[in-house]
Design a protein around this ligand. Sequence first.
Ligand SMILES: Nc1ncnc2c1ncn2[C@@H]1O[C@H](COP(=O)(O)OP(=O)(O)OP(=O)(O)O)[C@@H](O)[C@H]1O
Ligand SMILES: [Mg+2]
Length: 227
Amino acid sequence: MPPIFFITGTGTGVGKTVLTALLASHLRQRGISVAVLKPVASGSRADARMLYTALAGALTLDEINPWHFRAPLAPLLAARRERKSVTKAAVLGHIRRMQQRFAVVLVEGAGGLLSPLGEDFNSRDLIAALRAAPVIVGPNRIGVLNQMLLTLGALPRAAAARARVVLMSPPRPDAATKTNGALLAEFFDQERIFELPWLGRRWRTDWALADARVQRTLQKLTKVRPG
Ligand SMILES: Nc1ncnc2c1ncn2[C@@H]1O[C@H](COP(=O)(O)OP(=O)(O)OP(=O)(O)O)[C@@H](O)[C@H]1O
Ligand SMILES: [Mg+2]
C-alpha cells in the first residue's frame, strides 16, 4: 500500500502546513505522485489553499479539504455550531480513496495529536487506523522536548516506531534551539529527528527547495523502510 504520512504537531501554529507544502513540492519534483489532504479544517481555509497551490491542481480544494467549518474553534465545536458532524469512518474513507490514486499521501491534522477532529476521533485515531507514519512538528525552542516526548508517548507503540519528529526553527533562536536536537536524540532515534530552518516571512516553496540541506532533509524524512 502507498505510504501515508500524517503531519501532526505539538500544537497549533507550529509549521505543519509549511512542512506539508514543502514535502508535497519536494515529492512532485522527484516525479512522485502525491495527494495532500487537510481533511478537517476550521476557521480560515488558508491551509487548504496553500496545499492546493503546492499540488499545482492535482486535486481540487474540496478534495483536499472536504470538511470545513467557519468558526475559529476546534473542528468539533466549529461543526456543532453549524449543526454538522464529521465521522471517523467518512474521513478514513476519503483518505483511503486517495491512497488508491496516488503513490504517497500526506495528511495534515488540525491542532495537535489529541485535538478533537469530530464527534468520535482525533489525529491519533486516524494514524492508528491508517497505519500512517506520524510526523510531529514542534517549534525549536525551550520546552519542545517535553512537548515532543508527551506526543510520542501518547502514540500507540507501533505508530511511535514509525514516527518522525521535525524541529521547526523560530524566526529568532533561543538558548535551546541549538541543543534541542542532540538532547532529543538521547530519548528518540536520532535518524528520525529532523530540523528545518526559518525560511523568512515571505518564504516560498521553490526558494526553500533550492536549499540543498532542505532537500536532503525532506528526502530522508520521506524514506520508507521496508517492513
Ligand atoms: N520554517 C518556517 N519558516 C518561515 N515561516 C514559518 C516556518 N514555520 C512556520 N512558519 C510560519 O508560521 C506560521 C504558522 O505555520 P503553519 O501555518 O505551517 O502552522 P500549522 O501548524 O499548520 O498551524 P495550524 O494549527 O493553524 O494548522 C505561518 O505563518 C508560517 O508561514
Ligand atoms: Mg496548518
